[in-house]
Design a protein around this ligand. Structure first.
Ligand code: UDP
Ligand code: MG
Length: 168
């Protein structure tokens, strides 16, 4: 077994249903370490990059509406990076199958997910499904400084005239 990082996203339905605490408690059963966590306002651009591989699927446009919060009237999600032995499989097991109807009833998706009349699986959480996917997704959602472990190689760049918001 190998130490791995994996990305978890609490999707807009998870936040709308006030499930953050329940989900984090369930995930703590894994004994994995949280090494990054933040609230994210999901833009269409971020959503399209995250789900780029599903672009041809019939549910794609509904899925983008879902993850950008337009189905729930709130565009926040919580993004987390978990780290530890066999992290990807451990988190996927607790998350449950993609289709909430097929997911173990005690899994997060089995307990809290539902299928919309449009057919979309509103399944509360995202979890990376391979090391390649985890690396791509973590690099997409997090800056190097937002993760407390040096997960992947970094480089330093100088941004001459770039404006940045700082606290007054
Ligand atoms: N999805 C859906 N219908 C499908 C397959 C996927 O609505 O037939 C949605 C669902 O919200 C899922 C997301 O698209 O979580 C991404 O799909 P993927 O196949 O990557 O499933 P996951 O990795 O999230 O289990
Ligand atoms: Mg997936």
């Amino acid at each position: 077994m190998k130490e791995q990082a994996t990305l978890v996203i609490i999707k807009p339905d998870g936040l709308k249903k006030s499930l953050t605490g329940n989900i984090l408690t369930r995930l703590s059963e894994t004994k994995l370490k949280i090494i990054g966590a933040k609230m994210v306002k999901v833009s269409k651009d971020l959503a399209a990059k995250h789900y780029a591989h599903l672009k041809e699927k019939p549910f794609y446009s509904e899925l983008i509406k879902y993850i950008t919060g337009r189905l729930h009237g709130d565009n926040r999600v919580m993004a987390l990076v978990y780290w530890g032995e066999d992290a990807i499989a451990k988190v996927r097991k607790i998350a449950g199958a993609t289709n909430p109807e097929e997911a173990e009833p005690t899994s997060i998706r089995g307990a809290y997910g539902r299928i919309l009349t449009s057919g979309l699986y509103e399944n509360v959480v995202h979890a990376s499904s391979s090391e390649e996917e985890a690396e791509r997704e973590i690099k997409l959602w997090f800056e190097p400084d937002e993760i407390v472990y040096p997960l992947y190689p970094i480089k330093e760049i100088t941004l001459g005239r770039v404006k940045k918001k700082v606290w007054k």
